[in-house]
Ligand binder design. Structure first.
Ligand code: GLN
Ligand code: ZN
Length: 765
């Protein structure tokens, strides 16, 4: 009998219960007891759901109040000094490390002011984890026993679970050294770390745990030699201990083939691989197993929302059974289901035809169970038939296919993705029509999204105000932003984006081929969840999306107004993509939709158009090599398709943030001007890298995440440093990113100082 397993379940609750109670706790509205009670309730609900679905191997310790990696830092006492000094409770220490803590002195309790630890992307997902931060004085020891407690909690409910832990090599490799311990080699901490892992595994065994899932996802990255070697050290140490639980070494999000050496002959009881992302690794990893090891076949997608194709998956699992026998094969989700929305049943507004194509976390539980039953020879013919019908219906649906879009994709050629003249020629013509001063000043697009804006948008969505009233309101907001920019003396203005709820969703709602959910939230970090739109079919833009607002803004000022659009790669990355055609094709379809918009803006008299691509870098494949090169080629092509339909006179801008960008990748977009987040970069080489960048560039001069107002002198100093190694005629003056999360006071003061600093330099050249 083939068993079924799940690597992890979303912990946010079907109605975002965790977010609500956590935020209420943070603002002092509910007690710690209440927070813990809701957490317990969610865990019980998740376990019962899995038990009822018939899942054989159910995870525990996949729950977290903030982040599972942070939990482990706390559990192993990887707590930098600044958090350990204040006598905070366990959960408050967790939150202080995750999000910082600022608390005034009260009743003899001293004030606390600590910033959060660094948070970074979890591989190529939209989840972010808190980076374990080690130092020379890190002393591993067990702080509490969360995994044991949660195992026992499930056991009390009559549910046997398999605890999940990040494995020791990944825990170290995903971490970093504190600044004062910069020369610390993280892998050198392994022997000490292993001692606490062993202690924990012993406790789990004593509690009755039979097997544990140790996640080692870094095995899908390019690993230095010493990290590869660490696997042997770590897992041999475990197997040398008597009586520990069985260990399933778990990988996901890619292929382990370049690191086979690291896991060859490892004395573990089984391996898990992600065959959704990389079915090609099958032969090589199966060859690796010795005759006692099990293979957990990750075949139900933990990263997307599409119904599994049972026939195809069963065939794949049968391949494994043929080689290993039923007892050594487990059917599993490809990764934790943390990255999928909780339950499709909570979607009441989705069109039935489309809804039948989806499977969220709760539905995926049934999928692993049915596939396991099917390959074990149980009769699941009814489920197979209805599954085959859904798959066929989606493949044949007119929602999925739009022949006119496919035809346009077929017609793309070199000319569609190339501007008609080289940059220097374009620049001369643009300069003639725009007549900008040296060191032109601009912003990235959004201005403060005030409460008033949100209230009016809600009223409009609920039908409480008419379309006309809403339009008047938006126009008055635009006018306010235009007048402000004129007064402060900016050179290239923006309309301020007051009509946009979100930079992707706003456009997706106007593009055919997208659908939207009402409750399909996915954790991004801590209590922040996102609800990505879903790409279901070929994408096209039936009518203009942004022309009205941009043209209105331009009509009330003589200064140039920059039209702002979201780029094709960012629209793709921040959506659930289709799994039936290449991401490249989806990016090109989006590119054509945006190209139509760019052309319409130009025809309506807009002379500067910015196409934002903040997610360009995050789509980067995890490993170096051909796949990365291919990605950058098609990502750049998509951007150029979107922006090459205009005349030389029209100035194309782009904007990037969130990560370091390689100038060569930016160069491939051939935008006339790019603005890049820069204010927090303390690496002087980062500027130098852009010295040979041929087009114009604006390096972000202030942090838009902070209310702090940099004084004029600070701007002058910063600009001065940059101009020390960068030609002034290529340089633009702008903030790091959009100002939507800021208040008006600081926005106004910061922009004023920024413009004054630009004027200071103009007088000197
Ligand atoms: N134009 C967008 C804004 O200003 C860009 C947002 C982003 O880069 N994340 O808000
Ligand atoms: Zn940005």
């Amino acid at each position: 009998m083939v068993q079924s397993s799940v690597l992890g379940f979303p912990r946010i609750g079907g109605n975002r219960e965790l977010k609500k109670v956590t935020e209420a706790y943070w603002s002092g509205k509910v007690s710690e007891d209440e927070l813990l009670r809701v957490g317990k309730e969610i865990r019980e609900h998740n376990w019962r759901l899995q038990q009822d679905a018939g899942v054989d191997i159910i995870p525990s310790n996949d729950f977290s109040y903030y982040d599972q990696v942070l939990d482990l830092s706390l559990l192993f006492n990887v707590i930098p000094d600044q958090y350990a000094q204040h006598d905070l409770s366990e959960i408050d220490t967790l939150f202080a490390m995750g999000r910082g803590l600022q608390r005034g002195e009260s009743e003899g309790v001293a004030a606390v002011d600590v910033t959060a630890l660094e948070m970074v992307k979890w591989f190529d997902s939209n989840y972010h984890y808190v980076r374990p931060t080690f130092s020379n004085s890190t002393e591993f020891r067990l702080n509490g026993q969360k995994p044991v407690d949660e195992y026992l909690e499930a056991k009390e409910l009559g549910i046997e679970t398999r605890p999940v832990l990040l494995g020791p090599v990944s825990f170290l490799h995903l971490g970093k050294a504190e600044r004062e311990s910069a020369d610390l080699d993280l892998i050198s901490l392994l022997p000490n770390l292993l001692q606490v892992y062993v202690e924990l595994l012993q406790k789990l065994a004593e509690a009755g745990v039979e097997s544990v899932q140790l996640d080692e996802p870094v095995l899908v990255l390019d690993l230095p030699e010493n990290v590869q070697d660490a696997y042997k050290t770590a897992y041999e140490a475990f197997s040398n201990e008597e009586g520990l639980p069985k260990i399933i070494l778990t990988t996901y999000f890619g292929t382990v083939t370049p690191n086979l050496r690291a896991i060859e002959n490892l004395p573990v009881d089984g391996f898990h691989f992600d065959f959704v992302r990389n079915p090609e690794q099958f032969e090589e990893v199966v060859d690796l197993l010795n005759e006692n090891q099990t293979l957990s076949v990750g075949i139900v997608d933990g990263r997307n929302i599409w119904k599994n194709d049972f026939a195809k998956s069963s065939e794949f699992v049968r391949k494994a059974i043929d080689q290993l026998g039923e007892d050594r094969v487990i059917v599993s989700t490809s990764s934790s289901l943390l990255h999928t929305p909780v339950d499709l049943e909570n979607e009441r507004k989705l069109d039935d035809e489309v809804k039948d194509w989806f499977s969220f976390a709760a539905q995926k539980l049934n999928e692993v169970v049915i596939i396991a039953k099917n390959v074990s020879g149980e009769d699941v013919s009814e489920e197979l038939e209805s599954n085959a019908a859904s798959i066929a219906a989606r493949a044949a649906s007119s929602i999925t296919h739009d022949p006119s879009v496919q035809e346009r994709i077929g017609q793309l050629n070199q000319a569609t993705s190339t501007r008609s003249s080289p940059f220097e020629d374009r620049l001369a013509k643009q300069q003639e029509s725009l007549n900008l001063p040296l060191l032109p000043t601009t912003t990235i697009g959004s201005f403060p999204q005030t409460k008033d804006i949100r209230v009016n948008r809600n009223k409009f969505n609920k039908g409480e105000i008419s379309a006309e009233e809403y339009e008047n309101f938006i126009n008055s907001e635009i006018e306010k932003v235009i007048r402000f920019q004129e007064e402060v003396g900016l050179d290239v203005l923006v309309h301020g984006e007051p009509e946009r709820n979100d930079m992707v969703q706003y456009f997706a709602e106007k593009i055919n081929g997208y659908v939207f959910t009402t409750n399909a939230w996915v954790q991004s970090y801590g209590s922040r969840y996102v609800r990505p739109p879903i790409i279901v079919g070929d994408l096209s833009r039936p009518e203009a999306m942004s022309v009205k607002e941009t043209v209105y803004a331009q009509s009330i000022t003589t200064k140039p107004v920059k039209g702002i659009l979201t780029g094709p790669v960012t629209c793709l990355r921040w959506s659930f993509p289709r799994n039936d055609i290449d991401q490249k094709i989806q990016a090109l379809q989006l590119a054509l939709a945006i190209r139509d918009e760019v052309t319409d803006l130009e025809a309506a008299g807009i002379k500067v158009i910015q196409v934002d691509e903040p997610a360009l870098r995050e789509g980067l494949p995890l490993r170096d090599g051909q796949e990365r090169a291919d990605y950058f080629n098609w990502a750049a092509e998509a951007f150029r398709v979107a922006t090459s339909g205009v005349s030389d006179q029209t100035q194309i801008h782009s904007h990037f943030c969130y990560s370091d960008f390689d100038p060569n990748h930016v160069r491939a977009l051939d935008a006339d001007v790019v603005s890049i987040e820069f204010s927090k970069k303390d690496d002087p080489n980062y500027i130098a890298q852009f010295q040979s960048y041929p087009n114009h560039i604006g390096l972000g001069l202030f942090d838009i995440h902070s209310p702090r107002v940099p004084p004029k002198e600070e701007f002058i100093e910063k600009i001065g440093t940059i101009l020390g190694s960068y030609p002034p005629e290529k340089f633009w003056i702008n903030p790091d990113c959009g100002l939507k999360t800021r208040g008006w006071d600081e926005t106004s003061a910061s922009l004023h100082n920024m413009v004054e600093a630009a004027k200071h330099f103009r007088e000197h050249y």
